[in-house]
Design a protein around this ligand. Structure first.
Ligand SMILES: *[C@@H]1O[C@H](CO)[C@@H](O)[C@H](O)[C@H]1NC(C)=O
Ligand SMILES: *[C@@H]1O[C@H](CO)[C@@H](O)[C@H](O)[C@H]1NC(C)=O
Ligand SMILES: *[C@@H]1O[C@H](CO)[C@@H](O)[C@H](O)[C@H]1NC(C)=O
Ligand SMILES: *[C@@H]1O[C@H](CO)[C@@H](O)[C@H](O)[C@H]1NC(C)=O
Ligand SMILES: *[C@@H]1O[C@H](CO)[C@@H](O)[C@H](O)[C@H]1NC(C)=O
Length: 453
């Protein structure tokens, strides 16, 4: 079954409302208008971050935000600097990224051990990869480079490839004592694919492309990806991945889109061109017909059930649509109409809250802010708007096209056997970037399988 417009439900009713006071009228094609909107929205996001305050921990957002989302947020601020040239958040970004490096120089801080998923680790790793690709200021020579951090995340994950069930893949959780260890979820595997492909593009090392190919084939084989390039949430390895949780999220499509784009960029093969075309085409389910080409989170937006994590997912599809146009320029006609319509719609409702700088969750309501505020809402609007500046920037570099981040192919593989360090004070019982709730959904999803019930 595919998305049907009835899932939009009441959204159609509000389309006559005009934009409210303070709404941003984004002028597509006017870089100053876009930069000004991005600046306002980034400032509205930064207000949530307290990690740079004395006594607070750099790289943590306050409750209810999980650790991974802070990594995602700094990824969006690395892109913010790259697209706009505004460096006002660079210092807090560097401080947070360095503070969270943790064990193996691979974004495995002991404070997070009790819930550390491969996906959580990877959102920090992908931020480091963006820093290397965008030529974000290099850390001092005595600190791990951006590239080596991404390599370390990749290396620590490659050794977790697990053939004891389901013919391979990564588990969601890294440690067996955590809930979710038996879930092989698409975002963990997709992030690994994304990093492998981008490391291949950056370094030219075919070890990475071999892993990207292997992951892509495994996901297809086990059914986390369908033949027509739809990505599903995950699968339970206690039944050898014989049942799939079919919920679809924007971020799963996004991580794979960028990875496939990087693979096409290097290989320029028909095979990767077909994969990338298919992935982009399949994202149609995330774009409204009532509000033409405006992105929405089909699984939970219309029924008001998006959780804190899920409210940030549109950020990553937006981010990687922008990346895709840069590295696979022939995708421009497929992607730009969607980015433009979504950015304009997102900006039009970023007038909530006391400071009139808060974006809501829903972009499909013709400028009406839905009063759902938070880091995720803010980051999603920021990413979709700043991606419109893609013609203002050079595109991600690689080692032989101006990249300056020094690699270390064996990063993260040192000291893998050293005993785990633990800090149980701050971790509590938080869940990570995946969803414990989704575990119980397997098998109970009936007709409206694309929706969170
Ligand atoms: C771990 O938690 C302690 C105590 O809250 C804090 O001082 C430290 O900075 C944290 N480290 C990281 C990497 O988050
Ligand atoms: C488990 O799944 C994998 C991949 O689908 C398959 O190759 C393997 O034979 C299965 N194992 C069992 C015991 O059914
Ligand atoms: C595009 O997606 C539609 C709907 O999922 C599908 O029917 C069609 O075959 C796809 N086309 C390509 C080129 O993948
Ligand atoms: C590959 O990506 C780079 C940007 O990283 C871009 O400049 C280049 O044109 C792309 N190659 C092709 C063949 O499109
Ligand atoms: C390629 O990457 C692999 C995996 O990290 C590493 O073992 C190998 O040394 C690298 N090769 C080169 C030529 O850097």
């Amino acid at each position: 079954m595919k998305f049907s417009s009835s899932a939009l439900g009441v959204l159609g009713a509000s389309t006559l409302l005009a934009s409210g006071a303070g709404a941003i009228n984004l002028e597509i094609g006017n870089p100053d208008s876009i930069k000004s909107a991005a600046k306002t929205i980034a400032a509205g996001m930064r207000k949530y971050y307290t990690g740079d305050k004395p006594g607070d921990t750099p790289g943590n957002l306050p409750d209810p935000y999980y650790w991974w989302e802070c990594g995602a947020m700094f990824g969006s601020l690395i892109d913010y600097w790259y697209y706009t040239g505004d460096s006002q958040y660079n210092a807090i970004t560097v401080q947070a990224m360095q503070h969270q490096i943790g064990d193996y120089n691979a974004f495995m801080p002991p404070n997070q051990t009790k819930t550390l998923g491969n996906d959580d680790q990877a959102f920090w790793g992908m931020a480091a990869m963006s820093a290397a690709e965008n030529k974000f200021q290099d850390p001092p020579a005595n600190q791990p480079s951006w590239l080596s951090l991404a390599q370390a995340v990749f290396n620590t994950q490659a050794v977790r490839w697990d053939e004891s069930t389901c013919g391979g893949g990564l588990r969601w959780q890294i440690y067996a004592f955590n809930n979710g260890y038996n879930y092989k979820n698409t975002i963990s595997n997709g992030c690994f694919f994304n990093m492998a492909a981008r490391l291949y593009k950056y370094t030219g090392n075919t070890t990475y492309s071999d892993w990207a190919e292997r992951m892509f084939k495994w996901e297809l084989g086990v059914g986390l990806m369908s033949k027509d390039y739809h990505y599903f949430d995950g699968t339970d390895d206690t039944i050898n991945c014989t049942q799939i949780n079919h919920i679809q999220w924007t971020y799963n499509a996004g991580v794979h889109m960028a990875g496939a784009a990087a693979m096409w960029n290097v290989t320029q093969s028909d095979e990767w061109k077909a994969h990338l075309t298919g992935i982009i085409n399949a994202t149609s389910i995330f774009f409204s017909t009532e509000a033409p080409n405006v992105m929405f989170e089909v699984a939970c937006e219309s029924n008001g059930k998006c959780d804190v994590d899920q409210r940030s997912f549109k950020a990553y599809l937006s981010r990687w649509m922008g990346y895709t146009v840069k590295v696979a320029p022939w995708t421009r006609e497929l992607i730009m109409p969607r980015l433009q319509a979504s950015a304009k719609a997102a900006a039009a409702q970023c007038n909530g809250g006391a400071g009139q700088d808060q974006c809501g969750l829903k972009w499909t309501q013709n400028g009406q802010n839905d009063n759902s505020f938070g880091v995720g809402e803010q980051m999603s609007a920021l990413e979709v708007i700043q991606a419109l500046l893609l013609d203002q920037v050079a595109g991600p570099v690689s080692a032989n096209t101006g990249g300056t981040s020094k690699g270390n192919p064996s990063a993260g593989s040192e000291n893998q056997n050293k005993p785990l360090t633990f800090n149980s004070i701050t971790t509590g019982d938080k869940a990570g970037a995946g969803f414990l709730t989704t575990l119980v959904l397997i098998g109970i999803i009936g007709g409206a399988w694309w929706m969170v019930s």
